[in-house]
Design a protein around this ligand. Sequence first.
Ligand SMILES: C[S@@+](CC[C@H](N)C(=O)[O-])C[C@H]1O[C@@H](n2cnc3c(N)ncnc32)[C@H](O)[C@@H]1O
Length: 235
Amino acid sequence: MSPNQTDPDVASFFRSWEIYRAVIDSDVMEHRAIYSKVHSILAQRTEPFTLLDLGCGDAAGIGTALEGTRLERYVGIDCAAPALEFAGQTLTGLDAVIDLRLGDLMDSINDPTQRFDVILVSFALHHFADDDKRAFLTAARERLNPGGEVILIDVVRRPGESRDEYLSRYGTNVASWPLEADKQERIMAHVTGFDYPADIIDEPQWAADRGFDVEEFYRGGNDTQCAWRLLAAQS
Ligand SMILES: C[S@@+](CC[C@H](N)C(=O)[O-])C[C@H]1O[C@@H](n2cnc3c(N)ncnc32)[C@H](O)[C@@H]1O
């Protein structure tokens, strides 16, 4: 099956939020280490800032990362309603306007009326074909305020690795995760059906081609995940 931004089966997997919750709780995708770095990045902002979180899920990582920052307004978009309910609980203690919306992240990034200081897309862009990822980056550059940045966190393929090779490697990782066998099976069924990670070389190059200054700030999970700051270069 090819990737499709409105694929209802992607939303269906995440409507059953308990599996992804177990992934976060066991920290097998390294949310703690990644979001500790995200906190350091956001804490550098000395002026009040707005943040758009696309595919926000339950906001577990970003919720902690935003504590003690100058966040003024958070907009979270997700296609899975249960995730948004959890996100509401996660973010309740933040002293900021919290706006959670059920919707498609591609529609949101293409909304020309919106501008943000920070756009976060974390473990969500790999559900899209490479053409759509490139279109996303083009639109994201247009949605940023001056001095803004995209924080891109995602699963990735090693340089030159095929999708099949990636799936085999990811399957070995998942088999080592401290989760019950039925959860591991459901995760791999989802990954096999719906995950199309970019080559780790390509994504930062696509961003640079679209006028971003790119800084990698995390690489882990046996090279299965990577995170970049995409800074709006001053023109
Ligand atoms: C792997 S979870 C990541 C959640 C969170 N951002 C994180 O880093 O833990 C992917 C999230 O993206 C959402 N998602 C997938 N495709 C989407 C789309 N086209 N529009 C909006 N949300 C989407 C899913 O519902 C899910 O909550």
